[in-house]
Design a protein around this ligand. Structure first.
Ligand SMILES: Nc1nc2c(ncn2[C@@H]2O[C@H](COP(=O)(O)OP(=O)(O)OP(=O)(O)O)[C@@H](O)[C@H]2O)c(=O)[nH]1
Length: 340
């Protein structure tokens, strides 16, 4: 049999929306800024599977002056435990944030959470402050903020889950009441505040939008699930084309893969016809559960080369992004009103 050659570039990004900046994201961000004076520390969550793409420049601009740590969540979905590849990856990721302490967590790992508690006990707790200290947890939608807080609380003070979590973005809509995660004899406890996930106002690169959608930062109805699987297939093939052998031979064609998947998992409609959109959603879900390979969507070496380039331009500022988002929104409403 001929050797399988994966696609080296994704052929067509088509008309992928570049924004998902919703009303409650904007409102949440304003609320965070208004509360900033009473906050001592920020925990910024990013997704392990897209460590560069899930950096939201909005947080840099809005909260950049506060002391903070960076936590890469969903480590279990992007790497193999105890592998040397994991070590190499994490060293590279740390290199992108030389001025912050960086942690990697899998929600199931007590050891990962315990390292954060230990760090916050020393760094965020302000023994001189009689009222205790307040830590704000921020990040993109669905990145795992509430899950992390529940685990910090469980590990830190032995209490059960306090916050609601869920598989789709937008479960937390408002800044929540403070939750105690560290107790001190002096009464200067450490409290954390959950915040609504905030998406970036504008995503300049369509590929980044697909990565964020695969990670679950965007509601599933926003991007066609077949396009998402096509992009996922392109990435899986570059990583390990055997990862989906339960359903198909290695392929660069998304439709035969989805048809095979639908037949083998019983996602069939009238007359035994595969239900393609449903198959696509199920397949994405399987990847999100770590069931079709664990790897990063970002290319860290390419990112490093870019940053080392003397002509490197950092990601656009929040005001630039907001301006583009406003223009895009206006153009959309002009098109809609002229077609009415
Ligand atoms: N496998 C795995 N799943 C995780 C991890 N952390 C969070 N999740 C899952 O990710 C989903 C989103 O988690 P949440 O804690 O609700 O995310 P959030 O950031 O608070 O979401 P918003 O309400 O949109 O801001 C849930 O289904 C969690 O179970 C992790 O480390 N590993």
């Amino acid at each position: 049999m001929a050797q399988f050659i994966p696609r080296q570039v994704f052929p067509n990004y088509g008309a992928i929306p570049r924004s998902y900046f919703l009303g409650h994201h904007r409102a949440g961000l304003t609320q965070m800024k208004n509360m900033l004076a009473s906050i001592d520390y920020v925990v910024e969550c990013r997704d392990y599977r897209a460590p560069v793409t899930s950096i939201n420049p909005v947080f840099e601009e809005a909260l950049g002056k506060k002391r903070r740590i960076v936590v890469y969540t969903k480590r279990d979905l992007g790497s193999v435990p105890k592998s040397s590849a994991r070590q190499v990856t994490e060293n590279k990721v740390r290199g992108f944030d030389p001025n912050s302490a960086v942690f990697f967590t899998s929600s199931a790992s007590r050891a990962d959470v315990s390292q954060i508690i230990k760090h916050l006990r020393n760094d965020a707790a302000a023994p001189d402050k009689l009222t205790g200290s307040r830590v704000m947890v921020v990040g993109m939608p669905n990145v795992g903020k509430s899950t992390l807080i529940n685990h910090l609380r469980n590990h830190g003070v032995g209490k059960a889950k306090a916050l609601k979590t869920g598989g789709q973005p937008g479960i937390t809509r408002k800044i929540a009441s403070p939750v105690k995660i560290i107790e001190r004899d002096s009464g200067a406890h450490v409290y954390v505040l959950d915040t609504p996930g905030v998406f970036m106002p504008y995503v300049p690169d369509a590929e980044n939008m697909l990565k964020l959608a695969l990670c679950g930062c965007v509601k599933d109805a926003i991007i066609s699930p077949v396009t998402l699987v096509d992009y996922l297939l392109y990435k899986i093939n570059l990583h390990d084309a055997q990862a989906y052998q339960r359903w198909s031979e290695p392929t660069n064609e998304v439709m035969p893969l989805l048809e095979n998947f639908a037949r083998k998992t019983g996602l069939l409609g009238k007359g035994g016809v595969p239900i393609i959109d449903s198959a696509a959603l199920h397949l994405v879900q399987k990847w999100r559960q770590g069931d079709i390979g664990r790897f990063l969507l970002d290319d860290l070496d390419a990112e490093k080369r870019q940053r080392d380039d003397p002509d490197y331009k950092p990601p656009m500022s929040m005001s630039q992004a907001l301006r583009i988002e406003r223009v895009t929104r206006k153009n959309r409403s002009d098109v809609n009103s002229s077609s009415e």
